[in-house]
Design a binder for this molecule. Structure first.
Ligand SMILES: Nc1ncnc2c1ncn2[C@@H]1O[C@H](COP(=O)(O)OP(=O)(O)O)[C@@H](O)[C@H]1O
Ligand SMILES: [Mg+2]
Length: 374
């Protein structure tokens, strides 16, 4: 931040998120000093198809990755800058009104057990384009301290929704992650939410996702395939734990499907989709039962909360636990994760350690991120 020109609104912050679904850059502009936090603008820009394809390709080893990653990072920063412009225009504000911007970037490798996690991002380019102080690289320090570098959002969920106990936040992005709103806050990934269903819908319908879960609802869950997938050892691991495309990929799904090809009756694609929906539902319900049996209310957020078939099935599986959404608490489901990165950037400026060791398994709490001045 330029010390000669302090922002007029010292608590207006922007958060930008592009999650494992690799679908879009989601952004929010919020007043973080207001109680409850006041959302001033919300915008989302789908990733251009070639960039989406490049990110998906960069999840696996390939040629000339350094150059391709750098070019993809620049293209992402340009999308992010467009989202920032849209947020500012909506709110009738300018860059000088904004204290700080937090940008997560696009995860292409997440290997905390090997000592690294990689988010493709170009925060210097974004700070240059927008003229706003930018915080990025939120995960590395926690990984350096022996943690999973994930989930990052529980501290924010606790600040936003309180810790009176008995409630949890369930983010249904590409991966599902759960925050137990209690003291101390706990949180962990439960496995896939939309990622496998999206990949299967892309393969068989040529669509990036199964609108409202209609295709899944037209199929029948296949118990043997479901049991095979639920036997994945990752599900039985105790928290802290996190996951991503490194594990739950189309390759992982094909390995399970291949176990059944000798039976001569390959599953109908809609039945596989129904089984993938059930896999997400069951792994979430099992995680709650094993690690959070005292929770009475789950607040869902993320794009999966817009999938009617998913939410209906999840509601039945969780009963008598009540399934609601963060929108019931005044925060739109697609705003929560982006808001978390506005909050984390603000926490950086305040010197607050927002990476919780009880969540990530790190040796100590760390300040998440790195600042690129305006
Ligand atoms: N109307 C809808 N019907 C079904 N699924 C939806 C709908 N809207 C969003 N989604 C799902 O939400 C995903 C995006 O959610 P998001 O919270 O952005 O995840 P991430 O953080 O992983 O990017 C999409 O890929 C899609 O699977
Ligand atoms: Mg997304």
């Amino acid at each position: 931040m330029n010390p000669q020109s302090p922002p007029k609104n010292p608590s207006y912050c922007i958060g930008l998120m592009s999650g494992t679904s690799t679908d879009a850059v989601d952004g929010v502009l919020a007043d973080l000093a207001a109680h409850p936090i006041r959302l001033l603008a919300q915008a989302s820009l789908p990733l251009p198809l070639p960039l989406r394809d490049e990110f998906l390709a960069l999840n696996a080893p390939g040629p000339n990755e350094l150059h391709r990653s750098a070019m993809a990072a620049n293209a992402l920063a340009d999308c992010q800058a467009a989202v920032v412009q849209s947020l500012l225009a909506q709110a009738g504000l300018s860059a000088q009104d904004i204290l700080v911007l937090g940008t997560h970037g696009q995860t292409v490798r997440h290997a905390p057990d090997a000592g690294y996690t990689v988010q493709i991002n170009a925060p210097a380019r974004l700070a240059e384009r927008c003229g706003i102080a930018t915080v990025a690289d939120f995960r590395s320090r926690d990984v350096a301290a022996g943690g999973q570098g994930a989930p990052l959002v529980p501290a924010f969920h606790a600040a936003c929704f309180g810790t009176r106990g008995g409630r949890a936040v369930l983010n249904l992005g590409g991966i599902a992650n759960l925050t137990l709103l209690e003291s101390p806050v706990r949180g962990f990934d439960t496995g896939p939410a939309n990622m496998l269903m999206d990949a299967w819908a892309q393969t068989h319908l040529g669509q990036p996702f199964d609108q409202d879960g209609q295709w899944a609802a037209s199929g029948c869950c296949q118990p043997a395939l479901l049991a095979s997938m639920l036997a994945e050892p990752w599900f039985a691991r105790l928290p802290p734990k996190s996951t991503g495309r490194d594990l739950f990929s189309l390759g992982w799904l094909h390995a399970h499907l291949e176990k059944f090809t000798h039976q001569g009756t390959p599953f109908a694609p809609a039945d596989v989709q129904a089984t993938l929906l059930e896999l997400s539902v069951r792994s979430i319900a099992d995680a709650l039962q094993r690690h959070a049996h005292h929770v009475q209310t789950v607040l869902a957020c993320g794009g999966g909360a817009l999938n009617q078939a998913f939410m209906a099935r999840l509601g039945r599986a969780l009963a008598p636990v009540a399934l609601r959404t963060t929108a019931d608490e005044g925060v739109p489901v697609q705003a929560v994760e982006a808001l978390a990165f506005a909050w984390l950037a603000h926490a950086w400026l305040q010197g607050r350690a927002a990476c919780l060791p009880e969540v990530t398994g790190a040796r100590h709490a760390t300040i998440a991120g790195c600042l690129y001045p305006a």
